[in-house]
Design a protein around this ligand. Sequence first.
Ligand SMILES: [Cu+2]
Length: 216
Amino acid sequence: MATAAALPARRDVPDHRDAFTLTMTLLAAVGVAFLAALWIFAQVLSPDQVGVATELRGTADRIDAHATAMADHGGQLLAVATAGTGVDRALWIGEARHMISDADSMRMLATRMRAMAVTLGERPEQSTRASAAALSAQSAALRADAVAATEHGRMMTEHAALMLEGARQPGSVVSIADAELMSADAGRIIDAGEGALQIAGSLDVLADRLSAMFRR
Ligand SMILES: [Cu+2]
């Protein structure tokens, strides 16, 4: 009987398809679960995407960029003010010298941050020499430099405002463009100082974690 023989065969076909669909669904689910586990594992192992040394070097670069802008500007201002005969000549010669000397201080600060990047490395807590006390000391030193950079930025903002006021006076040796350039760069040094403060904060967190580990 042809019809009777065909019936079981028809039943086989859907069964086979169901098994295939079920297997593929299970495989996909296992794959998704595996990827999710990998992702969670990666998050636990490296909660911070960027290492401490990279963050410190990035901040040092920004401070150096500001120091260069300030030294260049101070040099130009000194040349213009020295050659000028304006009423504010002496004031701007003083300001220019101050800028050049401040640029040196900022460069030293950036140099200290690069040295700290070498000492701490990307993951300071994984170093064999890491101790809570050492990390706390580094954090305190960095915080002091960060505050100095931020305060310098605030002083630069005031300096730029003073320059702008001076530039508006007839016969002044400084230009409005110079003042605006300084004002824009003051923001950059404040950002760098705030970035360094955050790094100091993350060092404190690491120091706390280390001391908690040894307390047990
Ligand atoms: Cu400056």
